[in-house]
Design a protein around this ligand. Structure first.
Ligand SMILES: *[C@@H]1O[C@H](CO)[C@@H](O)[C@H](O)[C@H]1NC(C)=O
Length: 465
C-alpha cells in the first residue's frame, strides 16, 4: 500500500511541474489579452510618440502567443540530450529554471515598460513545457510497473486538464485576471515550479535509466525497492537486465539514425501519426482562442470566462473518467486505454477534447528501446509543437470560414486516428518492452516480404478494401 502511495506521489510531483504547466500556461494567456494589448499600445506611444495601429497590435500579439509553441519546439529538441546526460529526474528538476526565468521576466515587464520581456517570457515558458512534455511521460512510464504503464501515463493528460482549468479559474477577473494584476497572473506559473522543486527530489530516478544508461545496478535496485517495496523484484529486474544485454555496446541514437533504421519503420510511423493527430484534433489550440470561439457563438462577453471554465472542467472530468475507467476495465496497455479514451470522449462531449494526449506520451516509451527512446521523443515532441503552432495560427481562419462547423475537420482527423490505432497498433498491455519490440519486428519484416512480391492492381485494390 505504501509503495503505491509512493508511486502516486511520484506521479503528482512530476505532474505538477510537468504537464500541469503545459495546460496552465496555455490558458492563462487568454484572460489578459486585451490588457496586454493595451499595454503594448501605451508602451509604444511612450517610446515613439505615436500609438500603434490595431493591425500592428494584433501582429505583436500573435508573436507573443506563438512564442510559446516556438519555445516548446526548442524544449522538445533539447529534452533528448538532457534526458540522456542528466537523467530523467534531474532534467525535470533543472527544467524549472526556465519557468523561474520566465516568471521574473513577465513579472517585471510592466515595471520595465517592455512588452518584449513578455514575449521572451512566453518563449522560456514554452521551453519548460517542451522539456517536461517529453521527459515526464518517459520518467513515469519507465518507473511504473508493467501492468500500470498505460494508466500512469494517462495521468499526464489529467494534469494538463487540471492546469487548463486552474489557469482559467486564476484568470477570472475576481482573482488575477483584473486590469492591474496581469503581470502576477503571467508570473504565477512559478508556484507549481517551486512545488515540484521541493517535492520531486524525495522520489527515485527512473530505475531503467539507472540500470541501462548508467549501468548502475545498485541504485537501480534501491530505486525499484522504493517504488515497489519489498515485493518480488526479481522478474522485473531480470527483464531489465535482458534489455540491458540486448542494447549492450550501443549508445543512445540520434533522431536521424532512427529514420535510417528499417527495423523501426512502423514504430516511427505510429508515433508520427499519433503525435500529429494530437494537435490536429484541435483540442489544445482551442484554448488559445476559447474566448474568441464563444464570442463568435454569440455568448455575452461577461459570461465567456465562465463558459470557458465549463469546457475546461469537461476536459478534466473526461480525463479523470478515462483513468478510472481504464483501471476499472483493467486496460493497462496504451492501445486499450486509448480506445476507452475515444469512447468516453464521444460519449461525453462530441467534441475532440483531449484526444490521444495521454497516449502519445506513453507510446514512444513502449515501442522504442532505451537507446532510441529519447530520440523518438524528440521527433514526437517537435511534431507536437509544430502542429500546435500550425493549428494555433490557422484556428481563427478556420473559425471564420466554417463558423459552427469549425470542429468538423478536427473530428475527421480524430476518427481517422482512432481507425489507425484500432487496425495497426499491436496491443501493448502487460508486455515487456522486449516483447513489444518483437511484435513490431514481425510487422516490419512482413512489410518487407510483401514488397518482394509483385502485386497486380486488383490485388492492391483488394488489400485496400
Ligand atoms: C492606442 O492608443 C491610442 C492613444 O491612447 C488610442 O487612440 C488607440 O485607439 C489605441 N489603439 C488601439 C488599437 O487600441
Amino acid at each position: 500500500m505504501l509503495q503505491s502511495k509512493i508511486l502516486i506521489l511520484t506521479i503528482c510531483s512530476a505532474g505538477i511541474g510537468g504537464t500541469f504547466q503545459y495546460g496552465y500556461n496555455i490558458s492563462i494567456i487568454n484572460a489578459p489579452t486585451s490588457y496586454i494589448q493595451m499595454f503594448m499600445n501605451e508602451t509604444w506611444l511612450e517610446r515613439t510618440g505615436v500609438p500603434l495601429e490595431s493591425n500592428m497590435i494584433l501582429l505583436l500579439w500573435s508573436f507573443t502567443v506563438s512564442a510559446y509553441p516556438l519555445g516548446g519546439l526548442t524544449g522538445a529538441v533539447v529534452a533528448g540530450p538532457m534526458a540522456i546526460m542528466l537523467g530523467r529526474k534531474m532534467s525535470l528538476l533543472l527544467n524549472n529554471v526556465f519557468v523561474i526565468i520566465a516568471a521574473v521576466l513577465s513579472g517585471f515587464s510592466r515595471m520595465a515598460k517592455s512588452f518584449e520581456m513578455i514575449m521572451l517570457s512566453r518563449f522560456f515558458t514554452g521551453v519548460n513545457a517542451g522539456v517536461s512534455m517529453n521527459i515526464q511521460p518517459m520518467y513515469l512510464a519507465e518507473s511504473a510497473p508493467k501492468k500500470l504503464r498505460g494508466v500512469v501515463t494517462l495521468t499526464s493528460a489529467s494534469f494538463t486538464a487540471l492546469g487548463l482549468v486552474l489557469g482559467q479559474i486564476v484568470g477570472l477577473r475576481e482573482l488575477l485576471g483584473g486590469e492591474e494584476s496581469w503581470p502576477f497572473l503571467l508570473a504565477s506559473n512559478v508556484v507549481p515550479a517551486l512545488i515540484q522543486l521541493t517535492a520531486l527530489p524525495w522520489f527515485p530516478e527512473s530505475p531503467r535509466y539507472l540500470l541501462i544508461d548508467r549501468g548502475d545496478e545498485e541504485s537501480c535496485i534501491s530505486a525499484l525497492q522504493k517504488l515497489r517495496g519489498n515485493s518480488d523484484l526479481s522478474a522485473e529486474l531480470e527483464e531489465m537486465l535482458a534489455e540491458q544485454a540486448a542494447v549492450k555496446g550501443q549508445r543512445a541514437k540520434n533522431p536521424w539514425e532512427l529514420f535510417q533504421t528499417p527495423a523501426l519503420r512502423w514504430q516511427l510511423m505510429s508515433i508520427v501519426v499519433l503525435s500529429s493527430a494530437m494537435q490536429l484534433c484541435g483540442n489544445d489550440s482551442m484554448y488559445f482562442y476559447a474566448a474568441y470561439v464563444f464570442q463568435e457563438a454569440g455568448i455575452p462577453q461577461d459570461k465567456i470566462p465562465y463558459v470557458v471554465i465549463g469546457t475546461g472542467s469537461c476536459e478534466l472530468i473526461t480525463s479523470v473518467t478515462c483513468v478510472r475507467l481504464s483501471i476499472f476495465c483493467g486496460c493497462g496497455g496504451s492501445t486499450q486505454a486509448l480506445c476507452v479514451q475515444v469512447f468516453v470522449q464521444l460519449l461525453f462531449t462530441f467534441l475532440p477534447f483531449l484526444f490521444p494526449a495521454g497516449v502519445t506520451g506513453v507510446l514512444p516509451t513502449e515501442v522504442f528501446d532505451q537507446m532510441s527512446r529519447p530520440a523518438a521523443y524528440m521527433i514526437c515532441g517537435s511534431l507536437l509543437w509544430f502542429n500546435l503552432f500550425l493549428v494555433g495560427t490557422a484556428f481563427p481562419f478556420i473559425v471564420k470560414s466554417l463558423a459552427h462547423f469549425c470542429y468538423v475537420p478536427f473530428l475527421v482527423v480524430c476518427i481517422c486516428t482512432a481507425l489507425y490505432v484500432g487496425f495497426f497498433l499491436p496491443e501493448t498491455k502487460g508486455k515487456s518492452f522486449l516483447e513489444i519490440s518483437e511484435e513490431f519486428k514481425k510487422r516490419n519484416f512482413k512489410a518487407q516480404t510483401h514488397a518482394v512480391f509483385y502485386k497486380g492492381p486488383e490485388e492492391i485494390k483488394s488489400t485496400m478494401l
